[in-house]
Design a protein around this ligand. Structure first.
Ligand SMILES: [Zn+2]
Length: 441
């Protein structure tokens, strides 16, 4: 079966490609790039004129909630939401119930994804049994079962000695430890960024230092052990500085930032204009939304490569989970369906160039994941046909009740975004085609 994508602007940052071209897919592979490809026997023809054709997006960090919390998300709904967001591969964090802490569970997740997944799912195994931070898991067994790295995400690996041992084991397997950087002795019961908004709202603060302390420790450990650490969801200016210095010294670390930490601040925790509520629990996330100075530093870091890639940290919750007091509401933002539109605001404001943004969603995470048989983040001839087609300028309004994700928890509901996913193709199959966007002006 052949699919021809005709006349789009192909952008593939892995080799600096940016040109108007056709793209030909046969079965699950890209077999041709060039202008004027004539394919009389193409079974599917996609007119991509005035659209951008990119490698399929890869999310190195999301929460699919299955097994254990299927009322928040399932592999079926999470991967469908991913497809709508332009993602062709999702890396699933292991903070399920029970935790994904053994090879059998990873194989089970892969089997479920094979059966119910709309896009590809790659599992991340947990570092410690039950994610309790005490006893290391069978990392070798999980690597054999397909883990692309190990993380206790949701929790940090706070114990220095456990982290040290974990790094040596992961190093022997050639895989990274992905750490959620939070020093619990400093974040304590904090629920939002420590600062003036927290003081004004009377909420306990989660200081920048809680993240930066652990980023510093991890850099030190990566240097000592010469092993790979990937730092999840970096949120502060200080962390960015530590990472920049470490990379300049040649230390083997990589880092990600979320769409929300790149685009909105702690101010979003304040109540929505006409609401009677004291705050907006949909803006409660871990690590918390920070200040404008932090956001600016992270945008600059993404632009200069200090931050390698985007991870959505898609964290769907039920409406009930978010309807408690701010202190008791769950942490997390449902982000797969708004990630691209939100990030495009940085391109439209000339804060980051389009090619860098696409790289951070494609080739950069693919290199960290390092599973070229599953995803390469490129449009190379011969590679898997994972392709995302989008309109960079189309304006639309976020309607959380129309999310495919079970998690309607977004702080940017009703906001206007510019940049719209049109078509998502996984292994040569069209898995998502958009309807016209909702615009109510
Ligand atoms: Zn985390």
């Amino acid at each position: 079966m052949k699919t021809l994508i005709r006349g789009g602007r192909l952008i593939d940052p892995s080799r600096g490609l940016d040109m108007i071209s056709d793209l030909l897919i046969e079965n699950d592979k890209i077999i041709g790039i060039g202008t004027g490809i004539a394919v009389p026997d193409a079974s599917i023809l996609i007119d991509a004129s005035n659209l951008i054709v990119s490698p399929g997006f890869i999310d190195i960090h999301c929460h699919l909630r299955e097994p254990g919390e299927e009322h928040k998300e399932t592999i079926a709904t999470g991967t469908a939401a991913g497809a709508k967001g332009g993602f062709t591969t999702l890396c699933a964090m292991p903070n399920t119930i029970p935790a994904m802490d053994n090879p059998e569970m990873l194989l089970d997740i892969k089997a479920r994804a094979e059966k119910f997944g709309i896009v590809k799912v790659i599992p991340i195994g947990s570092v410690t049994l039950g994610r309790y931070g005490k006893i290391l898991t069978d990392m070798r067994g999980m690597a054999d079962a397909g883990a692309i790295g190990f993380s206790d995400d949701g929790n940090p690996i706070a114990d220095y000695h456990i982290m040290h041992k974990a790094l040596l084991q992961a190093k022997a397997l050639g895989l990274p430890i992905i750490n959620h950087c939070e020093d619990p002795s400093l974040s304590k019961n904090g629920v939002m960024n420590e600062g003036i908004v927290a003081s004004a709202l009377g909420l306990p603060g989660w200081p920048s230092l809680a993240e930066e302390n652990m980023v510093k420790r991890d850099i030190e450990l990566a240097m000592q052990t010469n092993s790979r650490i990937h730092l999840a969801h970096i949120s502060t200016r200080g962390s960015v500085e530590f990472i920049r210095q470490a990379k300049n010294m040649g230390i083997n670390i990589t880092a990600e930032a979320t769409p929300h930490h790149l685009t909105i601040t702690e101010e979003w925790v304040r109540p929505i204009n006409d609401s009677m509520l004291k705050y907006n629990t949909n803006a409660k996330v871990n690590p918390p939304l920070r200040t404008k100075e932090d956001v600016d530093a992270i945008v600059l870091a993404l632009s200069d490569g200090t931050i390698d890639c985007i991870g959505t940290d898609h964290a769907p919750h039920s409406t009930e989970d978010k309807s408690y007091s701010f202190e008791d509401a769950s942490f997390g933002i449902s982000g797969l369906e708004t990630a691209f539109g939100a990030l495009m605001s940085l391109v439209h404001k000339n804060r980051i160039d389009l090619s860098t943004l696409i790289k951070s969603l494609t080739y950069a995470p693919a290199r960290i994941i390092n599973k070229p048989d599953i995803c390469t983040g490129t449009l190379d001839v011969g590679s898997r046909a994972d392709v995302t087609i989008f309109d960079p300028d189309l304006r639309w309004q976020v309607k959380s009740d129309l999310f495919i994700s079970k998690g309607k928890n977004t702080p940017i509901a009703e906001e206007f975004l510019q940049g719209y996913i049109k078509t998502t193709i996984v292994d040569g199959r069209i898995v998502y085609e958009s309807e016209d966007p909702i615009i109510v002006d």
